[in-house]
Structures are given as structure tokens and as C-alpha cells.
Design a protein around this ligand. Structure first.
Ligand code: GLN
Length: 492
């Protein structure tokens, strides 16, 4: 495989080349590191490169491959979102608060992917503490969208999405609390999957909103996502919210037909908030699925418009509790020469957190305070139940739900930073899925003005296999996922 082909290749193709010995993991890793060195200055998608460790891991993978051992991910390079604790490698969550934090342990996801033989190249940029939809709140500066560097990559896993789209690595990890895997996947034209709550361990992932956070794969194809999810999934005795439920053979089911599958189209997902050109791409994608034998059925998700207000009570409430641990005492930023404990807490937090994080702490603390708990937090939990029931009802008449992943294509840098409510609208189609704990996925479905559009697929709890099967079928018959920013000028 020529070096130029490497950046667009999938993990599946690279793995075949590694096994055929036409490529070594060491060469592949060097090629990825060279691409990062060349193109990252323009994108700022990667904030830490762990070159020495990556080359050592690659050499080890080559030994395993030489013995004929290892699995489908052995020797494949990957980038972790900087929210995953990585032993000995700085884990900042893109915050000044954790700027110098070097974890003494690995997140379970990191351990599992390493044991599967992947090679970690470094850590990707993100919104501070995963709060945002544009990767503009990072302590380390904005990430730019490789399709158009005047635009955002989406967020909060925008670094991962931009990195995979730009060919820095075939695989990335992300986390999704309200849309942070699917929306950047949509805006960067890659495949992103948020698993069912509990499918993947949260141990070692810096907590944002504990009842919503899930980690998932960010890749070029559904097939690669299946390989990654296989490794990432499964109960973890160290995370009591991880589910002790069988992990199916995701890749084994990919080839199954989707004939007769009922795909629900929620009327509420095609409202005035949706860019009509995006709607057109999504409809064209749905027709493609219909050609494959799927049956499109109209469904209702009546509480869709309650998703944003509900999420923006629950997520900040949980965040305000989770972020109380950053007090300048045990880890994280500590202010200079505190006069007393109160001064230590106040100044450490004032200096360590950025504006959006502070906004969430204020909103969350307010919603949980004695006089307002019933009116806000309790009410939001009740509406959360209604949103969840909407999905249960809808899944009585369909097997998968499909619609847009985001209301538009990538927007200009700085265009929404001064208007938090406009930014919050980015997740209108994704965050209900987190509130209901269901799996969701975004796959490339076309382009508008040269910018990628994502098709979102939502499944029943623990039915990621069906999402992957639909996505794979779509990718076998279309070429949207093959387009890269460097090929953007060519007809697809
Ligand atoms: N954009 C949403 C927020 O700002 C979701 C973020 C996420 O999924 N981590 O909270």
C-alpha cells in the first residue's frame, strides 16, 4: 500500500495489509505520525502526541503479527479523546484545571483497546470537560474542520472527528453525553457510534454527567466501528453501571440483509429547525435503505422539543456534582499562595475552569438547590421518563429510527460562541437518545455545499448490532463514507 493510500484506508484494509506483510505496524505508525506532524498545525485536532510509546507499541504489535497471533486490531493506530485517562500520558479534558494531570491508571476502554493490539498515537482535542458542540471551548484552542478550516468540526469530540476525517488515524475514541460523538461525526463526514448506556465501561473517563456519558468508536466505516465496539464493550467489575449483558458478535452480523426491517421516521425530526438541504440528503439516504428492502414507517416522538430543556437541567446538575472534586487539594490546578481553605477553593476553581464550565456549574447548582429541586431537577427527571416512553412506544412499530444527526452542516468558527442557546440547539436530534439511554449512530449521507451531512440511526437498548448492520448495508451501496477532505474536489 502506498503511503498516500494509508490516510484514507480503513482498519479492516490496513489489518489485511499488516497480515499480508506488505506493511508493518511500525511503518504505518510512522506514516500516521508524519501526517499528524504535517497537517495538525492547521487543524489542532491532536493535543498530545505520544510518539515514543506509539513506536514501541507498534514494534510489539509487529512481533505479535510475525508470530501469526493477534486480532483484527493488532497494530492499528488510534487516537484517544483527551477525556480518557491514560497512564503516564497527560489527560487534560482540554481544561486548565487538568492541564498537568498525568493519570496513574488507564481507563478500561484504553486498557481493552491496548490489549487488542492497537497503537495509541496521542490524545485529541475536545470542548472543555466535553461541554460544547464545536470544540471551541478547549484550553488548547479551537479545532478546525478539515473540510473547511474556517468552520468548526462539531463537538465535543471534534478533535477525534477531524483527526479521522483528515487521515491522522483510522480509529478514534469519543464520548457522547448529549451528541458529542454523533454531531462531530456528522459535521466531519465520518462514522460515529454512541452505544447503549452501560454497554461500555465509564471507569477512567473524566465524568461529565454520569447518567448520560458513554464512550464509543469514531471511524471511517461501520465495519471498523463494529471491530472497535467489540473490544470496548462488556461488563467491568469496576463500573457498577456497566451492564452484565452478552456482547454479540457485531462484525458477524454485518452482512445480514435488512429486507423487511422497519425504519421509523420521526415527524418531529424534520421540523423547521432542520436545514432543508440536510433534510434532502437524509431523505435520499432513506430511499437508498428502502431500495435494500427496508420499510419506512412514520412515527411520532412527541416530546422531542422537551429534550433540550430537560437535558440542560440534568446534565449541568450532574456536572455540578462531578466537578465539585476539583477543589485544588488532591489534583488539578491549585492557585498560588492561598490565604485559607476558602480562598484555595475559590481561586483554584475560578482560575481552572473556563466560562462554559462555570455556566454549567451555576445552572446545575441552582437546579439542585433546596428551594428549586422539585421545580427543576425533579421535573426534568419526570420529563426524561416521558421522552424514554416516546421511544418505547415508537419501537413497537419499528426496529430502527432514522433521521438527521444535526440540524445543519458545519458552521463557521465563532458564529455560535456568544449565544449558548444557539449552540445547545445543535444537539436537538441527539440528546433525547442519551436521556433514554439508547444506542445512536451517525454515518455520512451526502454533502451540502461540499460539507458532510450525517444520517442518524437510533436503536433499541443493546441493539447496536442492528444499527451497524443498517449502516454497513448503506456503506456497501454508497460512497459517501469514502469521500475525504482531500478528495472533496473530485466527483463522488
Ligand atoms: N453539546 C452537548 C453539551 O454541550 C453534548 C456534549 C456531549 O455529548 N459531551 O452538553
Amino acid at each position: 500500500m502506498a503511503p498516500s493510500e494509508l490516510s484514507a484506508a480503513t482498519a479492516v484494509a490496513l489489518s489485511a495489509a499488516l497480515r499480508a506483510k506488505t506493511l508493518s505496524s511500525y511503518e504505518l505508525t510512522q506514516a500516521c505520525l508524519a501526517t499528524i506532524a504535517k497537517d495538525n498545525p492547521a487543524l489542532n485536532a491532536v493535543i498530545t502526541v505520544s510518539e515514543e510509546q506509539a513506536l514501541a507499541d507498534a514494534a510489539r504489535a509487529d512481533d505479535i503479527l510475525a508470530r501469526g497471533d493477534g486480532g483484527p486490531l493488532t497494530g492499528i493506530p488510534l487516537l484517544h479523546k483527551d477525556i480518557f485517562c491514560t497512564r503516564g500520558v497527560t489527560t487534560t479534558c482540554a481544561s486548565r484545571m487538568l492541564e498537568n494531570f498525568v493519570p496513574p491508571y488507564d481507563a478500561t476502554v484504553v486498557t481493552r483497546l491496548r490489549e487488542a493490539g492497537t497503537v495509541m498515537l496521542g490524545k485529541t482535542n475536545m470542548d472543555e470537560f466535553a461541554m460544547g458542540s464545536s470544540t471551541e471551548t478547549s484550553r488548547f484552542g479551537v479545532t478546525r474542520n478539515p473540510w473547511d478550516t474556517t468552520r468548526v468540526p462539531g463537538g465535543s469530540s471534534g478533535g477525534a472527528a477531524a483527526a479521522v476525517a483528515a487521515g491522522f488515524a483510522p480509529l478514534g475514541t469519543g464520548t457522547d453525553t448529549g451528541g458529542s460523538i454523533r454531531q462531530p461525526a456528522s459535521l466531519c463526514g465520518i462514522t460515529g457510534l454512541k452505544p447503549t448506556y452501560g454497554r461500555v465501561s465509564r471507569l477512567g473517563i473524566v465524568a461529565f454527567a454520569s447518567s448520560l456519558d458513554q464512550a464509543g468508536p469514531m471511524t471511517r466505516t461501520a465495519e471498523d466501528a463494529a471491530l472497535m465496539l467489540q473490544v470496548m464493550s462488556g461488563v467491568d467489575p469496576m463500573d457498577s453501571t456497566s451492564a452484565d449483558i452478552e456482547v454479540p458478535d457485531f462484525r458477524g452480523q454485518l452482512g445480514d440483509s435488512i429486507a423487511g426491517l422497519r425504519i421509523g421516521i420521526p415527524r418531529q425530526y424534520f421540523s423547521a429547525d432542520l436545514d432543508p438541504r440536510v433534510a434532502q440528503s437524509v431523505h435520499a439516504a432513506l430511499q437508498e435503505l428502502q431500495r435494500e428492502g427496508a420499510q419506512l414507517v412514520d412515527i411520532e416522538l412527541p416530546h422531542t422539543d422537551r429534550g433540550i430543556p430537560t437535558y440542560y437541567i440534568i446534565a449541568p446538575a450532574e456536572a455540578s456534582a462531578n466537578l465539585s472534586r476539583y477543589d485544588g487539594v488532591r489534583f488539578g490546578h491549585r492557585c498560588d499562595a492561598p490565604a485559607d481553605p476558602q480562598d484555595l477553593y475559590e481561586r483554584s476553581r475560578t482560575e481552572g475552569f473556563g466560562d462554559e464550565v462555570k455556566r454549567r456549574i451555576l445552572v446545575g447548582t441552582y437546579a439542585l438547590s433546596a428551594g428549586f429541586y422539585d421545580a427543576y431537577f425533579k421535573k426534568a427527571q419526570q420529563v426524561r421518563r416521558l421522552i424514554s416512553q416516546d421511544f418505547s412506544r415508537a419501537f413497537q412499530s419499528c426496529d430502527v429510527i432514522a433521521g438527521p444527526a444535526a440540524p445543519g452542516v458545519a458552521f463557521g468558527l465563532g458564529t455560535k460562541t456568544s449565544d449558548p442557546l444557539a449552540m445547545y440547539l445543535e444537539d436537538i436530534y441527539t440528546l433525547s437518545v442519551n436521556l433514554a439511554g439508547l444506542p445512536g449512530m451517525s454515518i455520512p449521507a451526502g454533502r451540502v455545499d461540499g460539507l458532510p451531512v450525517g444520517l442518524q440511526l437510533i436503536g433499541r437498548a443493546f441493539d447496536e448490532a442492528t444499527l451497524l448492520r443498517v449502516a454497513h448495508r448503506f456503506q456497501m451501496n454508497t460512497e459517501h463514507h469514502l469521500a475525504t477532505p482531500s478528495s472533496a474536489g473530485e466527483p463522488t
